[in-house]
Design a protein around this ligand. Structure first.
Ligand code: KET
Length: 405
């Protein structure tokens, strides 16, 4: 009784989502999942935004709604409103009809569709990604048909941006190369360039005709302001040049499992944008035919109604603020315990994650002894933490760095 698949090798779990698999198997009542970047309430529970519930009730009540297929490019309202959200309502690129936007399967799907489009139609097949970056980036772009290289981004000694290294590496990239940039709240480091640094990056990239591809998975989560978190993207669009942007509503609307996102390609002319859109359809149709309806309908309902939109911004700000509070509480707890080392990066870093500097042995120790689950690079999801669990985490970090590991 031998299977034709008997020789298939067992693959390792995903470095991020596999952490949740391991966590689920743990029987300890004290277990804590700080692996995946998913928001939890102060009680440690997943959160469905109130504004999302309101939008869903409206959708259910609307007798005119049907479950027909969406067009290949997705829901038209959703696409228009998503472009406005990231580029700004007064963006000349939008007014001049130079943006092709397609609804995709959340941030990941948007990156993949954008990657495949570039591999087919763009003259330079190399994409530069930051070192380090979200672990799925190299896999997405390689499978899309691009060749992946890295640029320096993070300096572990300063726990800050390696700005010189970044400029040097981008400066020596071949003209026209694609450059993946995290729009805000860089994952996993929590370190973003300042606006002045973004401006220098823009000048260098434009002078070398490097093509920016923004990954915007955390708009509103870094600062609590949707506009502030889109600044990096907007300074690149303001110069009239071209770029790509992958948007995700997983975190900022809490729509993780609905898989809702958008890919926008800003072109120099309306004619180029419409040709680009026609080719994006040829990428999407054989991949998954057309995107799902429900999540995009929720997003469109919220973005088009000023009352719902305002409620969303308040709920978003509350999530961002809770994360910022957790940074402070964890930092204070480590200070109070006298844990050796400088932990100020916990409060300085931005977004969902703290890049702690803990090594993989220390992480393994914390998982084995304290049932705390996190990625082996020492990243912790601050959104998974609450006032109740901060002391437990602080105990674990203290034990890990004071040599019990
Ligand atoms: N980009 C970045 C930078 C990112 O951190 C994520 C998700 C995504 C895109 C894709 O998210 P999507 O759900 O496809 O819209 N990051 C978290 C979850 C994951 O790994 O899938 C994480 O880093 O924990």
């Amino acid at each position: 009784m031998s299977s034709v698949f008997a020789n298939v090798l067992r693959a390792p779990e995903d470095p991020i989502l596999g952490v949740t698999v391991a966590y689920s198997k743990d029987q300890s009542p004290n277990k804590l999942n700080l692996g995946v970047g998913a928001y939890r309430t102060q009680e440690g529970k997943p959160l469905v935004l109130n504004v999302v519930k309101r939008a869903e009730l409206m959708l259910v009540d609307d007798q005119s709604r049907v479950k027909e297929y969406l067009p290949i490019v997705g829901l038209a309202d959703f696409n228009k409103l998503s472009a406005k959200l990231i580029f700004g309502a007064d963006s000349p690129a939008i007014q001049e009809n130079r943006v092709a936007t397609v609804q995709c399967l959340s941030g990941t799907g948007s990156l993949r569709v954008g990657g495949e489009f570039l591999a087919r139609h763009y003259h330079e097949r190399t994409v530069y990604i930051p070192q380090p970056t979200w672990g799925n980036h190299p896999k997405i772009f390689t499978l899309a048909g691009l060749s992946v290289k890295t640029y320096r981004y993070y300096n572990p000694e300063t726990r800050g941006l390696d700005f010189e290294g970044m400029l040097e590496d981008l400066g020596s990239a071949p003209s026209g190369a694609i450059v993946l940039l995290h729009a805000c709240a860089h994952n996993p480091t929590g370190v973003d360039p300042t606006i002045e640094q973004w401006e220098q990056i823009r000048q260098l990239m434009r002078s070398k005709s490097l093509l920016p591809f923004f990954d915007s998975a955390y708009q509103g989560f870094a600062s609590g302001s949707l506009d502030a978190d889109a600044q990096s993207v907007r300074i690149f669009v303001a110069d009239g040049g071209e770029c790509l942007a992958a948007q995700s509503y997983a975190k900022n609307m809490g729509l993780y499992g609905e898989r809702v996102g958008a890919l926008s390609i800003v072109c120099k002319t309306a004619d180029a944008a419409s040709k680009v859109e026609s080719q994006l359809k040829l990428v999407i149709r054989p991949m998954y035919s057309s995107p799902p309806l429900h999540g995009a309908s929720i997003v469109a309902a919220i973005l088009k109604d000023s009352d719902l939109y305002n409620e969303w911004t308040l709920e978003l700000k509350a999530m961002a603020d809770r994360i910022i509070c957790m940074r402070k509480e964890l930092f204070d707890a480590l200070q109070a315990k006298g844990t050796p080392g400088d932990w100020s990066h916990i409060v300085k870093q931005i977004g969902m994650f703290t890049f702690t500097g803990l090594n993989s042995e220390q992480v393994t120790f914390m998982t084995n002894e304290y049932h705390i689950y996190m990625t082996t690079d020492g990243r912790i999801s601050m959104a998974g933490l609450s006032s109740r669990t901060v002391p437990h985490l602080a105990d674990a970090i203290h034990a890990a760095v004071t040599g019990k590991a």
